[in-house]
Write a protein that binds this ligand. Structure first.
Ligand code: MTE
Length: 320
């Protein structure tokens, strides 16, 4: 467990907001004086969070954060998968601004004793926010490191009291065809649906995310709330969730429906199981030089000490 017990990321590993802000101010002044070559507004924009977004802070979690250096704000909010807005990595930032995120409710039901619809205010207050630096490994063999702000999904599930029949949890995400140009293409059967086994959903690493880098989530990252399951491929982490259901049978996720031989229900990061069309043994960290050697992908994305026991006795090549 040692990797996750380190009390806090070293100050050199992350840049606190005050430092970003002062760096932005300095760069701005220096640019105005012509002191920094290339310190254009774009450079400033890529340096830290957009100041226009409201703050959402969380207590830094040393227990569940990795020591890797977080990606820049610009990578995290400019290189996205959110197919509702298009398949190009730049499409979500370009189009997601029109998604309506207020008012927002999440209906939580199914095999539960106390089904309930929560509004965003209630959800934000349900449990103390934490900042957790998580790895995100996409099935497309790239990765990032993201300082999410949120709290464990278990806090929400406990509110509705799942029954003994509740063995899985499904997440249904927003569908707003008028502002989502990507849903015209039937790449998947919209709305986007994902699922977890109940023990995975209740695992302390599974985070309900409301913010990133101390700011509320930008739309392209799944505003106003999304899931982050760091030991699984990124597609399991459903964005802009509107409905959560506890169910008895293993759900069929959108990607399983679209390409059953390529995407399984578990989707645990596993360097030993190929995607049918490419290897999963290595990954490219977004933001690093294209000449940097590829990074070796770790089993369970490096979270094995915390999660491997949930899969004891399973054949992860079959249950991929
Ligand atoms: N959620 C919805 N609703 N639609 C999507 O297309 N893409 C998934 C996941 N959640 C997706 C989604 C994939 S493939 C990845 S890698 C992550 O979101 C990307 O999250 P990020 O853009 O915040 O890095």
């Amino acid at each position: 467990m040692s990797r996750f017990r380190i009390p806090q990321p070293a100050p050199s590993e992350i840049t606190p907001e005050a430092v970003w802000q002062s760096r932005r101010r300095w760069l701005g002044q220096a640019a105005a004086l012509g002191l920094v070559a290339g310190a254009t507004p774009e450079v400033l924009a890529s340096d830290g969070p957009a100041p226009s977004l409201p703050a959402l802070e969380g207590k830094p979690s040393g227990r569940y954060s990795v020591m890797d250096k977080p990606n820049a704000w610009d990578d995290i909010t400019g290189y996205n998968n959110f197919y509702e807005f298009g398949t190009d990595k730049a499409d979500p930032r370009r189009h997601a601004g029109r998604m309506v995120t207020e008012p927002w409710t999440v209906e939580v039901g199914g095999e539960v004793l106390k089904p309930r619809t929560f509004d965003l205010d209630e959800l934000r207050k349900l449990a103390p926010m934490e900042e957790r630096i998580y790895r995100l490994r996409c099935v497309e063999a790239w990765s990032m490191v993201v300082p999410w702000v949120g709290y464990p999904l278990s806090a929400l599930l406990k509110q509705v009291e799942p029954t003994g029949k509740a063995r899985y949890v499904t997440f249904e995400t927003a569908l707003q065809p008028e502002v989502m140009p990507g849903v015209k293409r039937r790449i998947i059967d919209w709305p986007y649906v994902e699922g977890l086994r109940m023990d995975e959903a209740m695992h302390p690493l599974t985070l309900l995310v409301f913010g990133v880098y101390g700011k509320i989530l930008p739309n392209q990252n799944g505003a106003p709330l999304r899931v982050a399951v760091p030991w699984k491929y990124g597609f399991k982490s459903a964005k802009s969730v509107v409905r959560i259901r506890c169910v008895e049978e293993q759900p069929v996720s959108s990607w399983m429906k679209s390409a059953p031989t390529e995407y399984g229900f578990y989707a645990n990061v596993n360097p030993n199981v190929r995607h049918p069309r490419w290897s999963q043994a290595t990954e490219r960290r977004i933001g690093e030089s294209l000449f940097a050697p590829p990074v070796r992908t770790q089993m369970f994305n490096g979270y094995g000490e915390l999660v491997a026991s949930m899969y004891a006795g399973m054949d992860l090549a079959r249950d991929f």
